[in-house]
Write a protein that binds this ligand. Structure first.
Ligand SMILES: NC(=O)C1=CN([C@@H]2O[C@H](COP(=O)(O)OP(=O)(O)OC[C@H]3O[C@@H](n4cnc5c(N)ncnc54)[C@H](OP(=O)(O)O)[C@@H]3O)[C@@H](O)[C@H]2O)C=CC1
Ligand SMILES: O=C(CO)COP(=O)(O)O
Length: 332
């Protein structure tokens, strides 16, 4: 089918950047924002001052506070912070147009249930065809039209191909996958690892430690992804390794910059004070730790980061604990 109208749920930086991607691909877009201030800013000034300042939005994008307005959409991108995905989809469910695919674009694991976003979707809007869009993609870069490549995962390869073609544009290249789990795990875990890399950077541990954290972190991500039924090859793609490299390498990342602040000696309260934007690694870390334990997967970097974020340890004790772990074979 030809998709004409896209709905975007969540007008944070990423939802707004993805609305631009859809508009540039020739779709009419309805962007749903929870906050009246965002609706006002987009309606009257054509910018999202709160979450993506300085970027003029395409005329094809209209904004609404009403989830019900998305009932006419041929496809929907869900982009709230992961911990709000369930409540958001529950509220949207009665309005959803039968058969319209939902592309999950948030990166995280639900606390409490320890569920991935596709599982949350299956429990809230069970009939909706699901896809996952994830990869190295800063909203600021994408909104400027800078070249970006992401993974688009969909179990129905035909639908995935249609979505890939619909969303692609000169600066935006989705690559197709069929493994939803691998795609989701990569995006969720890289945020926790980026906090760890930020801590290392903030503490001045050097580039060698940074490379070691990325590599051993990637091993953790792969172990969890495969234990949950995902494929190692997916985790090694844009949605996993690609996003890990991006997020761990740039203070432009909210997660890495949170880690930087912690490594430089700020408390968590100080590091998060006054921030409206979400650091998903902080939000998902307890769920990642619990899930790893539940499925019996060793994830020492994520465990240590979760412990620090929970106030159970200090930066120095965290580093000491990681460096004094028993020596072992690299492939274990
Ligand atoms: N920013 C980026 O570069 C990228 C972000 N992502 C992912 O996209 C997701 C959204 O992040 P991002 O757009 O950056 O978010 P931002 O930090 O820019 O904005 C915060 C978002 O939280 C929403 N929000 C706040 N409180 C609630 C609530 N109670 N219920 C529902 N929504 C709420 C806001 O919605 P509202 O405006 O309606 O208040 C807004 O969309 C995250 O999972 C993130 O990891 C993925 C790739 C890139
Ligand atoms: O997911 C992202 C880039 O792919 C954005 O990372 P941050 O949420 O850490 O800013």
């Amino acid at each position: 089918m030809a998709y004409r109208t896209a709905g975007v749920i969540g007008a944070g930086a990423w939802g707004t950047a993805l609305a631009l991607v859809c508009a540039r691909a020739g779709l009419d877009v309805i962007l749903q924002a929870r906050e009246p201030e965002v609706v006002e800013s987009v309606t009257n000034r054509r910018i999202n001052e709160a979450f993506l300042p300085g970027v003029v939005l395409d005329d094809r994008i209209s904004v609404t506070s009403e989830l019900g307005a998305l009932g006419v959409c041929d496809l929907v991108l869900a982009v709230p912070p992961a911990q709000y995905m369930r409540a958001t989809l529950d509220a949207y469910a009665p309005h959803h147009r039968q058969g319209a695919p939902i592309i999950l674009c948030s990166k995280g694991i639900e606390r409490g249930s320890l569920k991935l976003m596709t599982e949350v979707l299956a429990e809230t809007i069970p009939d909706a065809p699901a896809a996952v869009l994830s990869g190295p993609s800063f909203a600021a870069d994408v909104s400027k039209g800078l070249p970006t490549a992401v993974t688009l995962a969909c179990e129905d390869a035909g639908l995935g191909e249609a979505l890939m073609e619909t969303l692609s544009g000169p600066g935006f290249r989705p690559y197709l996958a069929t493994d939803l789990i691998g795609a989701e795990v990569g995006g969720a875990i890289k945020n926790v690892l980026a906090i760890a890399c930020g801590i290392s950077e903030g503490r001045g541990l050097g580039r060698s430690a940074h490379a070691a954290l990325i590599t051993r972190g990637f091993a953790e991500m792969t172990r969890l992804g495969t234990a949950l039924g995902g494929e190692a090859a997916t985790v090694a793609g844009l949605c996993g390794l690609g996003d890990l490299v991006l997020t761990c390498s740039s203070p432009q990342s909210r997660n890495m910059s949170l880690g930087l602040a912690l490594g430089q000696g700020q408390t968590i309260q100080q590091a998060l004070a006054g921030k409206r934007s979400v650091a998903e690694g902080y939000e998902s870390a307890p769920a990642v730790r619990e899930l790893a334990r539940k499925v019996g997967v060793e994830m020492p970097i994520c465990e240590a980061t979760a412990a620090l974020l929970a106030g159970e340890t200090t930066v120095d004790a965290m580093i000491e604990a990681l460096l004094s772990r028993p020596l072992k074979a690299e492939r274990e």
